[in-house]
Design a protein around this ligand. Structure first.
Ligand code: UGA
Length: 456
């Protein structure tokens, strides 16, 4: 997979070894650059020095090994070793929401101070963390005042990778976005991305403010698609239409496109919820209301509430019932439970006195730390045993392939709430399961006490 870019590669420092930072590090090393990653978290650096990936991500272990073996990838607790001599330093630190929803930029500022302290060569500082427009300007002012002696330029280089396929996204990006102010900085970023752009992908070059804003706008738009189709699902549930067909028909219009129109239990993860809030706060700070952003988040809460209500509808009295949740991370292929819809549902059910059992192929350790009240099973069938209801919470293909007859025999009550429309409702009903999908005829909620026949 590794490939030298023919020019010996650039020296790259990466501050922050979270999802974006670590994936950027292994991808840059695989493309022939010499990379040093740094982090304040001593345990993480120790793990990385021993070649252990700190989170689940396909292809990450292989590229980590490859990078270390090639000598092009190393990690250090000492920020200086990532920054001194570097041609490009990436800032990939977290920007978590503050109580107001605004992005907390303390780690970004701290990273810039480290660059000012340790840089020895003319260097480009590339913001990869998702930050409000204007952040680069602040960084530039800070760096200029602390290091007037050295050419340090700030560029915005937002990341569009998706967890669960982050390495593939980083190696074959669908777009490479660089916002910069000078030809010197653009030229350096072109050299850095030359091997990535080889497959015909061009680098989009723009000004810094546009690049920063494009990232927020992209995530907000994707979240809007998800919330839109979830709202359509609510209407489908009340009207007998099938949201899967509606989404397919809508998506066949190239102006709309089929992606991100899967109705479900709502979006989660470390990006959409946080970025929507931050984008709204940012727009408000400029005197622009943008209430649509708040509505997207409200519809997302509503999608989760709809899943909860299906469980309640199926079980009537919730107290002391046992509910099994399959898929506890915010989506399949990751162990990331940040803003996970499954855990939000679990909390809601636990509050009502439900005994919650869960299964996730990757996220068990993270769930134990985050919500120890969930009993953890080692496979889906163990989770289903004696449960009064089984909820499919992530879009995992493994859950779509479950043996429905076996599940029916294991469950205390044969109820499936399919929070991601993974199963064929007719097949589930044929196996003797009461099936609740999302926005599908078999999932139509009817007031309690109505004929069972009306339910299907
Ligand atoms: C998202 C964006 O997709 C990336 O482009 C971006 O780089 C990243 O945020 C970021 O800002 O770092 P990610 O959070 O990894 O990536 O996850 P997505 O694949 O976008 O999924 C987000 C959530 O939306 C998941 O909970 C998923 O289940 C949900 N979703 C997605 C739906 O409910 N329906 C859909 O049709 C699509």
């Amino acid at each position: 997979m590794g490939r030298d870019n023919g020019k010996g590669g650039l020296r790259v420092g990466v501050i922050g070894t979270g999802h974006v930072g670590l994936v950027t590090s292994v991808a840059m090393a695989a493309m022939g650059h010499r990379v040093t990653g740094t982090d304040l978290d001593a345990e993480r650096i120790d793990q990385l020095q021993r070649g252990m990936p700190p989170f689940a991500e396909p292809m990450l272990p292989e590229l980590l090994d490859e990078g270390r073996a090639s000598g092009r990838l190393s990690f250090s607790l000492d920020a200086a070793s990532a920054i001194q001599d570097a041609d490009v330093v990436f800032i990939c630190v977290g920007t978590p929401p503050r109580a107001s929803g605004k992005a907390n930029l303390i780690a970004v500022e701290r990273s810039a101070i480290e660059v000012a302290r340790h840089a020895t060569n003319p260097v480009v500082v590339a913001e990869k963390s998702t930050v409000p427009t204007g952040t680069a300007q602040r960084l530039r002012a800070l760096l200029r005042s602390q290091r007037p002696d050295l050419r340090i330029e700030v560029v915005s280089n937002p990341e569009f990778l998706r967890e669960g396929r982050a390495v593939a996204d980083a190696m074959q990006p669908d777009r490479i976005l660089v916002g910069a102010e000078t030809e010197w900085a653009f030229e350096r970023m072109r050299r850095l991305y030359e091997p990535f752009a080889a497959g015909g992908r061009s680098i989009i070059e723009t000004d810094i403010a546009t690049a920063e804003l494009a990232k927020y706008a992209s995530n907000a738009f994707l979240a809007m698609k998800v919330s839109f189709i979830n709202a359509v699902a609510r209407v489908c549930e009340r009207s007998g239409a099938d949201v899967l067909s509606v989404a397919q028909i809508m998506g066949s219009d190239p102006r709309i496109g089929p992606a991100f129109l899967r109705a479900g239990m709502g979006y989660g993860g470390s990006c959409f919820p946080k970025d929507l809030l931050a984008f709204e706060q940012f727009a408000n700070g400029l005197g622009y209301e943008f209430p649509l952003l708040r509505e997207i988040a409200r519809l997302n809460d509503e999608a989760l509430e709809a899943a909860y209500q299906k469980v309640e509808d199926a079980l009537w009295v919730l107290e002391d019932k046992r509910v099994a949740l399959l898929g506890l991370a915010f989506k399949p292929g990751t162990d990331d439970v940040r803003f996970s819809p499954a855990l939000a549902l679990a909390r809601r059910l636990l509050r009502e006195g439900v005994r919650v059992v869960g299964f996730d192929p990757l996220a068990a350790t993270a769930v134990k730390a985050e919500l120890p009240e969930i009993e953890l099973a080692t496979d889906p069938y163990e989770a289903a045993a004696e449960a009064h209801c089984l909820v499919l919470c992530t879009e995992s293909e493994d859950f779509a392939a479950l043996d429905l007859d076996r599940l029916r025999d294991l469950l205390a009550q044969p109820v499936i709430v399919d929070g991601r429309n993974l199963l064929d409702p007719a097949r589930a009903e044929a196996a003797g399961l009461s099936y609740y999908g999302v926005g599908r005829p078999a999932g139509v909620l009817v007031p309690r006490g109505d004929d069972d026949e009306e339910r299907s």
